[in-house]
Design a protein around this ligand. Structure first.
Ligand code: UDP
Length: 239
Protein backbone atom coordinates (compact mmCIF):
# COMPACT_ATOMS: atom_id res chain seq x y z
CA UNK A 1 0.00 0.00 0.00
CA UNK A 2 1.27 3.41 -1.01
CA UNK A 3 1.98 5.78 1.91
CA UNK A 4 1.04 8.89 -0.05
CA UNK A 5 -2.58 7.93 -0.06
CA UNK A 6 -5.06 10.16 1.74
CA UNK A 7 -7.86 7.65 1.21
CA UNK A 8 -7.19 3.93 1.20
CA UNK A 9 -10.74 2.72 0.69
CA UNK A 10 -13.09 4.88 -1.35
CA UNK A 11 -16.64 4.78 -2.60
CA UNK A 12 -16.72 6.46 -6.00
CA UNK A 13 -20.13 7.77 -7.03
CA UNK A 14 -20.67 8.40 -10.72
CA UNK A 15 -23.92 9.71 -12.12
CA UNK A 16 -25.64 7.84 -14.90
CA UNK A 17 -25.89 11.12 -16.82
CA UNK A 18 -22.12 11.44 -16.94
CA UNK A 19 -21.97 8.28 -19.09
CA UNK A 20 -24.22 9.77 -21.73
CA UNK A 21 -21.97 12.67 -22.67
CA UNK A 22 -23.54 15.14 -25.06
CA UNK A 23 -26.23 12.71 -26.18
CA UNK A 24 -27.93 12.97 -22.76
CA UNK A 25 -29.07 9.38 -23.22
CA UNK A 26 -27.41 5.99 -23.27
CA UNK A 27 -23.78 5.04 -22.82
CA UNK A 28 -20.88 6.71 -24.56
CA UNK A 29 -18.00 4.18 -24.89
CA UNK A 30 -15.34 6.90 -25.03
CA UNK A 31 -16.45 8.24 -21.65
CA UNK A 32 -16.59 4.75 -20.14
CA UNK A 33 -13.09 4.07 -21.31
CA UNK A 34 -11.87 7.43 -19.96
CA UNK A 35 -13.39 6.62 -16.54
CA UNK A 36 -11.79 3.16 -16.57
CA UNK A 37 -8.38 4.73 -17.20
CA UNK A 38 -8.85 7.21 -14.37
CA UNK A 39 -9.94 4.43 -12.01
CA UNK A 40 -6.97 2.30 -13.03
CA UNK A 41 -4.54 5.03 -11.97
CA UNK A 42 -5.78 4.86 -8.37
CA UNK A 43 -6.29 1.10 -8.38
CA UNK A 44 -2.61 0.69 -9.27
CA UNK A 45 -1.69 2.61 -6.12
CA UNK A 46 -3.51 0.01 -4.03
CA UNK A 47 -6.63 2.03 -3.27
CA UNK A 48 -9.61 -0.20 -2.49
CA UNK A 49 -12.46 0.94 -4.70
CA UNK A 50 -16.22 0.53 -4.44
CA UNK A 51 -18.33 2.17 -7.13
CA UNK A 52 -21.98 3.18 -7.32
CA UNK A 53 -23.24 4.38 -10.66
CA UNK A 54 -26.61 6.05 -11.24
CA UNK A 55 -29.16 5.33 -13.92
CA UNK A 56 -30.33 8.78 -14.97
CA UNK A 57 -28.96 8.36 -18.52
CA UNK A 58 -31.52 5.59 -19.04
CA UNK A 59 -34.43 6.02 -16.65
CA UNK A 60 -35.46 8.04 -13.61
CA UNK A 61 -38.35 7.00 -11.40
CA UNK A 62 -39.41 10.63 -10.96
CA UNK A 63 -40.33 10.83 -14.65
CA UNK A 64 -42.53 7.75 -14.49
CA UNK A 65 -45.78 9.35 -13.42
CA UNK A 66 -45.74 11.70 -16.42
CA UNK A 67 -45.68 8.58 -18.59
CA UNK A 68 -48.59 6.83 -16.88
CA UNK A 69 -46.30 4.53 -14.89
CA UNK A 70 -46.57 4.48 -11.11
CA UNK A 71 -43.65 5.74 -9.04
CA UNK A 72 -42.66 2.43 -7.49
CA UNK A 73 -42.53 0.71 -10.87
CA UNK A 74 -40.61 3.68 -12.26
CA UNK A 75 -38.09 3.42 -9.44
CA UNK A 76 -37.68 -0.29 -10.12
CA UNK A 77 -37.01 0.58 -13.76
CA UNK A 78 -34.46 3.14 -12.56
CA UNK A 79 -32.72 0.53 -10.41
CA UNK A 80 -32.53 -1.81 -13.40
CA UNK A 81 -31.03 1.08 -15.38
CA UNK A 82 -28.20 1.24 -12.82
CA UNK A 83 -27.54 -2.45 -13.51
CA UNK A 84 -27.17 -1.76 -17.23
CA UNK A 85 -24.61 0.95 -16.47
CA UNK A 86 -22.90 -1.25 -13.89
CA UNK A 87 -22.50 -4.10 -16.38
CA UNK A 88 -21.07 -1.72 -18.97
CA UNK A 89 -18.64 -0.30 -16.43
CA UNK A 90 -17.64 -3.73 -15.16
CA UNK A 91 -16.87 -4.92 -18.66
CA UNK A 92 -14.86 -1.81 -19.48
CA UNK A 93 -12.84 -2.01 -16.25
CA UNK A 94 -12.01 -5.65 -17.01
CA UNK A 95 -11.00 -4.73 -20.56
CA UNK A 96 -8.57 -2.31 -18.93
CA UNK A 97 -7.05 -5.12 -16.86
CA UNK A 98 -8.78 -4.73 -13.50
CA UNK A 99 -10.55 -7.47 -11.55
CA UNK A 100 -14.09 -6.58 -10.58
CA UNK A 101 -17.23 -7.92 -8.93
CA UNK A 102 -20.71 -6.64 -9.54
CA UNK A 103 -23.01 -6.96 -6.53
CA UNK A 104 -26.70 -6.23 -6.76
CA UNK A 105 -29.25 -5.12 -4.19
CA UNK A 106 -31.99 -6.88 -6.21
CA UNK A 107 -31.47 -10.57 -6.82
CA UNK A 108 -30.52 -11.42 -10.39
CA UNK A 109 -28.24 -14.35 -9.82
CA UNK A 110 -27.56 -15.00 -13.49
CA UNK A 111 -25.67 -11.74 -13.90
CA UNK A 112 -24.45 -10.47 -10.53
CA UNK A 113 -23.69 -11.56 -6.99
CA UNK A 114 -26.18 -10.66 -4.30
CA UNK A 115 -24.93 -7.82 -2.11
CA UNK A 116 -23.47 -9.29 1.08
CA UNK A 117 -21.48 -6.80 3.10
CA UNK A 118 -18.82 -9.16 4.40
CA UNK A 119 -18.26 -10.57 0.95
CA UNK A 120 -17.95 -7.08 -0.51
CA UNK A 121 -15.26 -6.21 2.03
CA UNK A 122 -13.40 -9.41 1.24
CA UNK A 123 -13.42 -8.56 -2.48
CA UNK A 124 -12.01 -5.12 -1.70
CA UNK A 125 -9.27 -6.60 0.46
CA UNK A 126 -8.32 -8.85 -2.44
CA UNK A 127 -7.96 -5.83 -4.72
CA UNK A 128 -11.15 -6.35 -6.69
CA UNK A 129 -13.16 -3.32 -7.64
CA UNK A 130 -16.69 -3.79 -6.34
CA UNK A 131 -19.56 -2.20 -8.24
CA UNK A 132 -22.74 -1.91 -6.20
CA UNK A 133 -25.71 -2.13 -8.58
CA UNK A 134 -29.47 -1.66 -8.25
CA UNK A 135 -29.20 1.21 -5.78
CA UNK A 136 -30.47 0.37 -2.33
CA UNK A 137 -32.95 -2.11 -3.81
CA UNK A 138 -35.82 0.09 -2.59
CA UNK A 139 -38.00 2.64 -4.34
CA UNK A 140 -38.06 6.28 -3.19
CA UNK A 141 -34.30 6.30 -2.71
CA UNK A 142 -31.53 7.52 -4.97
CA UNK A 143 -28.16 6.20 -5.98
CA UNK A 144 -26.61 9.00 -3.90
CA UNK A 145 -28.24 7.41 -0.88
CA UNK A 146 -27.10 3.97 -2.06
CA UNK A 147 -23.54 5.35 -2.31
CA UNK A 148 -23.69 6.76 1.23
CA UNK A 149 -25.15 3.55 2.61
CA UNK A 150 -22.59 1.29 0.95
CA UNK A 151 -19.76 3.65 1.92
CA UNK A 152 -20.79 3.53 5.57
CA UNK A 153 -21.27 -0.24 5.45
CA UNK A 154 -17.86 -0.97 3.93
CA UNK A 155 -16.23 1.67 6.18
CA UNK A 156 -14.90 3.68 3.29
CA UNK A 157 -12.66 6.63 4.19
CA UNK A 158 -14.71 8.95 1.98
CA UNK A 159 -17.29 9.19 -0.78
CA UNK A 160 -15.79 10.67 -3.92
CA UNK A 161 -18.58 12.19 -5.93
CA UNK A 162 -17.47 12.68 -9.50
CA UNK A 163 -19.38 15.44 -11.30
CA UNK A 164 -18.92 17.59 -14.39
CA UNK A 165 -18.17 20.75 -12.36
CA UNK A 166 -15.16 21.41 -10.13
CA UNK A 167 -16.91 21.22 -6.75
CA UNK A 168 -19.75 22.71 -4.71
CA UNK A 169 -20.71 26.28 -5.62
CA UNK A 170 -22.97 28.90 -4.02
CA UNK A 171 -25.06 28.88 -7.24
CA UNK A 172 -25.16 26.79 -10.41
CA UNK A 173 -21.81 27.37 -12.17
CA UNK A 174 -23.28 26.19 -15.45
CA UNK A 175 -25.79 29.06 -15.31
CA UNK A 176 -23.99 31.73 -13.27
CA UNK A 177 -20.41 32.59 -14.29
CA UNK A 178 -19.96 34.53 -10.98
CA UNK A 179 -20.65 31.42 -8.89
CA UNK A 180 -18.09 30.82 -6.12
CA UNK A 181 -16.75 27.39 -5.26
CA UNK A 182 -16.25 26.25 -1.66
CA UNK A 183 -13.02 24.43 -0.72
CA UNK A 184 -14.75 23.08 2.37
CA UNK A 185 -18.29 23.18 3.63
CA UNK A 186 -20.23 21.54 6.47
CA UNK A 187 -23.10 19.13 5.99
CA UNK A 188 -25.35 21.57 7.85
CA UNK A 189 -24.48 24.40 5.45
CA UNK A 190 -25.17 22.14 2.49
CA UNK A 191 -28.59 21.36 3.95
CA UNK A 192 -29.41 24.92 5.04
CA UNK A 193 -28.27 26.52 1.80
CA UNK A 194 -30.00 23.76 -0.18
CA UNK A 195 -26.85 23.23 -2.26
CA UNK A 196 -27.95 19.89 -3.70
CA UNK A 197 -24.62 18.15 -3.40
CA UNK A 198 -26.57 14.96 -2.79
CA UNK A 199 -30.15 14.46 -1.64
CA UNK A 200 -31.10 15.01 1.99
CA UNK A 201 -31.18 11.34 2.92
CA UNK A 202 -27.67 10.81 1.57
CA UNK A 203 -26.25 13.90 3.30
CA UNK A 204 -27.87 12.98 6.63
CA UNK A 205 -26.43 9.48 6.51
CA UNK A 206 -22.94 10.88 5.83
CA UNK A 207 -23.29 13.46 8.59
CA UNK A 208 -24.46 10.95 11.18
CA UNK A 209 -21.55 8.68 10.36
CA UNK A 210 -18.95 11.40 9.91
CA UNK A 211 -18.19 10.27 6.39
CA UNK A 212 -16.53 12.99 4.29
CA UNK A 213 -17.84 13.66 0.78
CA UNK A 214 -15.41 15.01 -1.79
CA UNK A 215 -17.14 16.58 -4.78
CA UNK A 216 -14.79 16.92 -7.76
CA UNK A 217 -14.70 17.12 -11.54
CA UNK A 218 -14.39 13.57 -12.88
CA UNK A 219 -14.11 14.76 -16.48
CA UNK A 220 -10.60 16.19 -15.99
CA UNK A 221 -7.69 13.75 -16.36
CA UNK A 222 -5.88 12.84 -13.11
CA UNK A 223 -8.47 14.48 -10.86
CA UNK A 224 -9.44 11.20 -9.18
CA UNK A 225 -5.74 10.51 -8.59
CA UNK A 226 -5.32 14.00 -7.12
CA UNK A 227 -8.17 13.48 -4.68
CA UNK A 228 -6.88 10.15 -3.35
CA UNK A 229 -3.35 11.51 -2.97
CA UNK A 230 -4.61 14.51 -1.00
CA UNK A 231 -4.16 17.30 -3.54
CA UNK A 232 -6.43 20.22 -2.86
CA UNK A 233 -9.06 19.96 -5.51
CA UNK A 234 -12.83 19.85 -5.34
CA UNK A 235 -14.94 20.58 -2.26
CA UNK A 236 -14.84 18.58 0.97
CA UNK A 237 -18.09 18.26 2.82
CA UNK A 238 -17.67 17.36 6.50
CA UNK A 239 -18.85 18.17 10.03
N1 UDP B 1 -33.52 4.28 -7.60
C1 UDP B 1 -34.33 3.77 -6.59
N2 UDP B 1 -33.76 3.36 -5.41
C2 UDP B 1 -32.42 3.44 -5.19
C3 UDP B 1 -31.60 3.98 -6.21
C4 UDP B 1 -32.17 4.38 -7.40
O1 UDP B 1 -35.55 3.68 -6.75
O2 UDP B 1 -31.96 3.03 -4.11
C5 UDP B 1 -34.10 4.62 -8.93
C6 UDP B 1 -34.75 6.00 -8.93
O3 UDP B 1 -35.92 5.91 -9.73
C7 UDP B 1 -33.72 6.84 -9.66
C8 UDP B 1 -33.13 5.86 -10.64
O4 UDP B 1 -33.10 4.63 -9.92
O5 UDP B 1 -34.34 7.93 -10.33
C9 UDP B 1 -31.75 6.20 -11.14
O6 UDP B 1 -30.90 6.59 -10.11
P1 UDP B 1 -30.42 8.10 -9.90
O7 UDP B 1 -31.47 9.06 -10.34
O8 UDP B 1 -29.92 8.23 -8.52
O9 UDP B 1 -29.23 8.16 -10.92
P2 UDP B 1 -28.24 9.38 -11.31
O10 UDP B 1 -28.98 10.67 -11.09
O11 UDP B 1 -27.06 9.28 -10.38
O12 UDP B 1 -27.88 9.10 -12.72
Amino acid sequence: MNNNLKYKRILLKLSGESLAGENEFGINPTILSFFANEIKKVHQLGVQIGIVIGGGNIYRGLNAEGQGIDRVTGDQMGMLATMINSLALQNTLENHGMYTRLMTAINMSAIAEPYIRRRAIRHLEKGRIVIFGAGTGHPYFSTDTAASLRAVEIQADAILKGTRVDGVYDSDPEKNPQANMFDEITYIDVLQKDLRVMDLTAISLCKENNLPIIVFNMDKPDNLLKVVTGKNIGTSVKN
